[in-house]
Design a protein around this ligand. Structure first.
Ligand code: ATP
Ligand code: HSE
Length: 295
């Protein structure tokens, strides 16, 4: 049996829609695999009641098929589905690493990115890789048609998850078809600033580079309490706040010393808006970790 811990991820970071992603220290899915004649899946943990065990409908089933690696797969969900923290991608990336090792397929982590993205295609209709890339490679990733660029980064963040669901499919439905040149210029400036910030582990540059006036404003309308939570986080010291992935999770970038205050401020602001929530005080971290038997 092989076990993989596959991290939550946060895609977009505002200015990098469908391009940027980061791996988070917590939460994470744990995937266990054993060789079997046919793929079977069991799911336990956070939100497991909403996740199909049919291999034709689960992201790990798509990965097993793509690697021609049938297995008994057990998923213990730490990343709640439809949260904006790359739940479907965590399982897909974890299964890709585990099954690649189980069947000695010899694929590199980079080569596993399109394999894990097959799982994303199953649930959202598109094989976007901005969650699976950081889940596999760790740190900060930039996904384009030409491939993936990765840098290690260790910036503190708070990821606040409200007890509401927004499916990626629905959140993609509100993405505008076009943007003004002014907004495009502003977003390019933000994205460039954020990228430099990641290479320097600089929360100020990363936070100020998260601004996006094209996609994010449409998505915040799907999240009850978003504006008050954002303001509360900024007042408590966050250097930048945006929607995590397709939402409803909200990501705040910060310095370590303000992290705890920001987490409480975000949970309190959601509470005042009548929404229960949970905040993870974590940091940009490592990609999926493989544990062999007994290790
Ligand atoms: N192994 C899996 N883990 C989680 N969700 C899964 C899995 N397999 C299938 N799904 C389905 O995928 C959907 C959740 O994926 P979705 O992309 O909407 O959320 P997310 O991965 O948390 O968000 P985001 O990509 O915005 O960070 C749910 O409908 C869920 O049933
Ligand atoms: N880039 C994707 C991430 C969600 O899976 C989106 O925002 O729709």
């Amino acid at each position: 049996m092989l076990t993989v811990r596959a991290p939550a991820t946060s895609a977009n970071l505002g200015s990098g829609f469908d391009v940027f992603g980061v791996a988070l220290g917590t939460p994470a899915d744990v995937i266990r695999v054993e060789r079997a004649p046919e793929t079977t899946i069991t799911v336990t943990g956070a939100g497991s009641e909403y996740i199909p065990e049919d291999p034709a409908k689960n992201t790990v089933g798509a990965v097993a098929k793509a690697l021609d690696a049938p297995a008994r797969i057990r998923i213990d969900k730490g990343v709640r589905p439809s949260s904006g923290l790359g739940s479907s991608a965590a399982s897909a990336a974890g299964a890709a690493v585990a099954l690649n090792a189980l069947y000695d397929r010899g694929r590199s982590r980079r080569e596993l990115v399109p394999v894990a993205a097959e799982g994303e295609a199953l649930v959202s209709g598109e094989a976007h890789a901005d969650n699976v890339a950081p889940a596999l490679l760790g740190g900060f990733t930039i996904v384009t048609d030409d491939g993936v660029t990765q840098v290690d980064a260790a910036v503190p963040v708070v990821a606040c998850l409200p007890e509401i669901s927004v499916s990626t499919r629905d959140a993609r439905g509100v993405v505008p078809d076009s943007a003004s040149m002014d907004d495009v210029v502003d977003t390019v400036g933000s994205a460039a600033t954020l990228t430099v910030g990641m290479t320097r582990d600089d929360p100020d540059l990363v936070g100020s580079g998260m601004r996006d006036d094209i996609v994010t404003p449409e998505r915040t309308k799907l999240i009850d309490g978003y504006e008050s939570v954002r303001e509360a986080a900024l007042e408590a010291g966050a250097t930048g706040v945006t929607v995590s992935g397709a939402g409803p999770g909200i990501l705040a970038v910060c310095r370590r010393r303000e992290q705890r205050a920001i987490a409480s401020a975000m949970v309190d602001a959601f509470d005042a808006a009548g929404v229960e929530s949970r905040a993870y005080q974590t940091a940009i971290g490592e990609g999926a970790t493989l544990y062999r038997d007994g290790s």
